[in-house]
Write a protein that binds this ligand. Sequence first.
Ligand SMILES: *Cc1c(COP(=O)(O)O)cnc(C)c1O
Length: 230
Amino acid sequence: MSNIATRISGILERIHAAAERAGRNTASVKLVAVSKTHPADAVAMATATGQQLFGESRVQEARGKIPCCPQGLEWHFIGHLQKNKVRQALPLFDVFHSLDSVTLARNLSRVAEETGQQIRGLIEVNISGEATKHGFTPEALRAEFPSLIALPALHIIGLMTMAPYSENPEEARPVFWQLRELREEMQKAHDHPLPDLSMGMSGDFEVAIEEGSTLVRVGTAIFGERPAII
Ligand SMILES: *Cc1c(COP(=O)(O)O)cnc(C)c1O
């Protein structure tokens, strides 16, 4: 087995253990293997374990890479999507994790409508309030949620967040439970199911699973370090 395949097996075991600790079904947690900055070969090695779900955060990079990867994989966009990249991004990705403005969501829905697509997306929430992070504040989410779920070609399936970087994954826990609570609140207030919570990365995915994550986005722990600029 390649290193990548070995690491994926290890991550899947840890996902399983975290789900068990939380009394959750392992099948309710999906691993999004974040392949950004890594080549198509690395993706192919990951598929040897049965991994089918991958995440990318740059449209330009994904456009070059995805056609060189095994066909039939599921691709999620997890980065900040610039409005002028919507048209290029739509045919490449199955799910958009990081809808961080009403304008972006409207553009996605409009272009999807033009091309006869129905797309799935999650709303990014900036729980920690860090100025460097994208996403809706909880207050803005409460205000904009009705217009977001009303968009005709965009189906909102959940919420996404990024915890502040910390050596100690326990510090991410309050961010994750706040996202879960916000999910419960929005579901109830608007009678709109939000089955997915995209939260947890290499350093904190186990805590995220304990707090209800259904999509963990793991890059470094599978593919190794990235160049510092990304
Ligand atoms: C890069 C990235 C990840 C993966 O981070 P790792 O720490 O390498 O696991 C997860 N989510 C988003 C939004 C990212 O940009």
